[in-house]
Design a protein around this ligand. Structure first.
Ligand code: NBP
Length: 472
């Protein structure tokens, strides 16, 4: 028998996704560079092994597939993807598909798609989220590539995806890098979401002096309200977990230095390239980078740790909850803004509401709020901004006031809240009809004759900078 789908790379994600595909009734041909991994995978696949065709060469893999062949790659992002493509390409025929399901930089996806299209092959960039568990039982799937070829594999992808009220969390977002970019922004938002939660934890730990278990209990409660989400849920569980070796709270045994693989950073980099700024996401990227400078922070603590801070009152729990909600919405507003800008720049035609819908289940940022966001986007966003959506007006009005109290408390108490503070600064900027860049424009004109527009009409005008200076 020939399978309709093949998979290269039986690492954590590939092994789980293969089992998911087999479980949904689709035979899957698999290949892994290290053959012992393939043997071990088959040995552990149980009854599902019946629908898995193990192969030990790319030739065997290709021969095991019905045409048009569709091969999912789940190898390490970067050079390994190019290496596997180079090996497969000569063995494939017109109309066949290579689907890179790793966390690729969408610029690489665009390059690979163009190169393979020139050979008559279809290349898809497919973002999958949900980690190991998602890959096994239903991830969120974001695809970019030729729409006609997508039709050939759509049933398989929809069958293995997570579901929200029966609707599969899998979608085609546009050509070439569109799917990987939606995944990248998903990860950027994930960074912001996680950082904001960590900042609230910091206020409760260092400001209110609460124990991890107490804070975890609070998050557990929040997971029953409007903040209901996977990240709030696991935060509650993580904080209430004890280290079996020491009996201390697990979180207190973990070094406070966060890793990053690149997707959050790519969101920020692309935003800046496009003249946008997802400042809450950037702040989260920065916070992880700063966290890795442990020695620097220790030296800073020795130098400045004793600076006086105001012992203000810790904002009440309701404020923290509301602030987190508002800040989260602001991070999404920025994320959707960058998605819209990139979609326009690369001519992708990404449907933002579909992105919100695909993220409702299966992925790391899944939350109750996403269903509302999808609805708000479908209703039409004033000025294209989620924070202006009529259905979020109440949340933003109450949430912004709470966010201000929380950020003000953090500033006075000397507790860093980079993501929350950036979210607030963005919100305040977006509700200030007259900003302060009149002065920046004047400065630019003064030193560089860059010109400015006048409020009473007239474009590219210059100021009388060489004239008399007023001291009044
Ligand atoms: P793993 O590290 O578990 O597996 C890596 C796989 O890549 C192995 O099968 C390895 O084969 C293969 N590989 C490498 Br490395 N170099 C190769 C080469 N030159 N040729 C052929 N195969 C090669 O990775 P993973 O965590 O499953 O992640 C896979 C992709 O999925 C990554 O892009 C990752 O960013 C993405 N992703 C991961 C998660 C997650 O939660 N882990 C979530 C979403 C997306 P070998 O056995 O011979 O070394």
């Amino acid at each position: 028998t020939q399978a309709r789908i093949g998979l290269v790379g039986l690492g954590v994600m590939g092994a789980n996704l293969s089992l998911n595909i087999a479980e949904k009734g689709f035979p899957v041909a698999v290949y892994n560079r290290t053959h012992s991994v393939t043997d071990a995978f088959i040995a552990s696949a149980g009854a599902l092994a019946e629908r898995v065709i193990p192969t030990k060469s790319y030739e065997d893999l290709v021969a095991s597939l019905a045409r048009p062949r569709a091969i999912i790659l789940l190898v390490k992002a970067g050079a390994p993807v190019d290496a596997v493509i180079a090996d497969l390409e000569p063995l494939l025929e017109e109309g066949d598909m290579i689907i890179d399901a790793g966390n690729a930089d969408f610029h690489d996806t665009r390059r690979r798609e163009a190169a393979l299209r020139a050979q008559g092959l279809n290349f898809f960039g497919m973002g999958i989220s949900g980690g190991e568990e998602g890959a096994r039982h239903g991830p969120s799937i974001m695809v970019g590539g030729d729409p006609a070829s997508y039709a050939a594999i759509r049933d398989i992808l929809e069958a293995i995806a997570a579901r929200h009220d029966g609707v599969p969390c899998a979608a085609h977002f546009g050509p070439d890098g569109a799917g990987h970019f939606v995944k990248t922004v998903h990860n950027g938002i994930e960074y912001a979401d996680m950082q904001m939660i960590a900042e609230i934890y910091g206020i409760l730990r260092d400001g209110a002096g609460r124990s991890p278990a107490q804070i975890g209990h609070l998050f557990e409660g929040w997971d029953k309200g409007p903040l209901k989400s996977y990240l709030v849920e696991i935060t509650g569980r993580v904080l209430q977990t004890t280290d079996p070796e020491t009996d201390l709270p697990m979180v207190e045994m973990i070094v406070d230095s966060a890793g990053q693989k690149g997707t959050g950073r790519w969101t920020a980099i692309e935003a800046i390239r496009l003249g946008q700024s997802p400042s809450a996401i950037e702040a989260a990227v920065a916070a992880r980078a700063w966290s890795s400078e442990r020695d620097t922070r220790a030296a800073g603590a020795a130098l400045f740790g004793d600076l006086p801070a105001e012992a203000g009152t810790v904002p009440p729990e309701e404020d923290l909850e509301q602030a987190l909600l508002a800040a989260k919405l602001i991070a999404y507003d920025q994320g959707f803004g960058i998605l819209a800008a990139a979609s326009e720049a690369f001519d992708w035609g990404i449907d933002l509401a579909t992105a919100a819908e695909v993220w409702r289940e299966g992925c790391i940022i899944r939350s109750a709020l996403l269903d509302d966001m999808a609805g708000a986007i479908r209703e039409g966003l004033p000025q294209g901004r989620l924070i202006f959506a009529p259905r979020f007006a109440g949340l933003m009005r109450a949430g912004a006031v709470a966010l201000r109290r929380v950020v003000a408390y953090g500033a006075c108490a000397g507790l860093p809240l980079p993501a929350l503070a950036n979210a607030l600064a963005y919100f305040d900027t977006m509700r200030q009809a007259r900003g302060t860049t009149d002065l920046v424009q004047a400065q630019r004109d003064f030193f560089g004759a860059h010109g400015f527009d006048r409020v009473d009409g007239g474009t590219n005008r210059h100021g009388p900078w060489a004239g008399p200076v007023s001291h009044s």
